[in-house]
Design a protein around this ligand. Structure first.
Ligand SMILES: [Zn+2]
Length: 319
């Protein structure tokens, strides 16, 4: 599994932590504002805090600020990864949870991580904000693949948040109920800013989703025919901004594109989530596929994605 390019999308989350650490000290809503806000609310509303010594207050405050900061860092890293990789990252993330059985509960906060429900919902909002959740009508109307992709991506839509803080599970956070509620308040209050900041770090996030919707159909067609989708020839002219398409001949009837890794990976993920049904039909001539055959097809798709990404790097380095 470790050499599977789709599974490895999870590594972009770790890159997100690095981006967060580079930015965190210069962003007051992550650090000093957070500390001041929590200190004020503890002084006003927690009698045991107000009556503690200065040293005890400092320790208590420091520990809880650090926990909220970890939650923010996790969300930030998820959003950086989502903005770079698209829905494919969100699926890889849920694969990881399933494999390692780390989901103790969708509403469970821990000292290091916010509740999976919060993570999933922030990933989903980020996908919506950078254009993954709606098929742009002007680009490819009525494509069966785009409809399938839309359907697959909508599965990432999270359930509703609890009505109030008491319904989040704070059992593993190691603080009292009242403190936990204040920490969640402070965290939730910052989450929109955190998301906006993380998305802004990936400047071409929107063009990644645009290219997917523009070329997805053709890339899926290549993969379904067992062709590495390094070069796509399409009758669709390139949109006015972004996406580079070169006319293949003088009369501009066809255009040649080299799809980016993000597009190829997301197309492959859609096919995975759909069970690679078209490919399996070819492989098995319409009889029911065995487990080994399914695994084999999945491996091959992963290898073709690998190859397409390698080819893309070659094309980019050649200018
Ligand atoms: Zn993390």
């Amino acid at each position: 599994m470790a050499d599977d390019v789709l599974f490895n999308a999870i590594l972009f989350h770790e890159l997100g932590h690095h981006v967060f650490e580079e930015n965190a000290s210069s962003l007051p809503f992550f650090s000093t504002d957070l500390r001041n806000e929590l200190e004020q609310v503890y002084q006003d509303k927690l009698p045991h805090f107000a009556s503690a010594t200065e040293e005890e207050q400092k320790q208590y405050l420091g520990r809880t600020v650090e926990i909220v900061r970890s939650w923010i860092s996790e969300i930030y890293s998820d959003i950086v990864a989502t903005s770079i990789v698209g829905p494919q990252f969100c699926f890889a993330c849920s694969d990881l949870f399933t494999l390692t059985q780390r989901i103790v509960g969708l509403k469970q906060f821990t000292q290091s991580h916010p509740a999976p429900l919060v993570r999933a919902s922030q990933q989903y909002y980020a996908l919506t904000e950078v254009g993954w959740m709606v098929i742009p009508k002007e680009i490819l109307p009525g494509s069966a693949f785009n409809d399938l992709a839309h359907q697959v991506f909508s599965k990432l839509e999270p359930g509703p948040f609890p009505e109030n803080n008491d319904d989040w599970n704070l059992g593993y956070v190691g603080v009292g109920k009242a403190t936990g509620g204040f920490m969640i308040d402070a965290f939730m209050k910052r989450i929109t800013k955190v998301r906006a900041h993380a998305i802004a770090q990936v400047r071409d996030a929107q063009s990644r989703s645009k290219e997917f919707w523009y070329l997805g159909d053709a890339v899926a067609d290549a993969l379904n025919r067992a062709v590495v989708p390094s070069t796509i020839v399409s009758a669709q002219p390139p949109p006015k901004d972004g996406l580079k398409g070169v006319p293949t001949n003088g009369d501009q009837a066809f255009f040649r594109y080299h799809p980016q890794p993000c597009t190829v990976m997301n197309v492959a993920r859609v096919l995975y989530q759909d069970g690679c049904s078209e490919l399996l039909k070819r492989w098995t001539q319409n009889r029911l596929a065995t487990y080994d055959e399914t695994l084999h097809v999945h491996r091959r798709v992963s290898q073709w994605v690998h190859k397409a990404i390698g080819d893309w790097l070659l094309v980019s380095s050649a200018g």
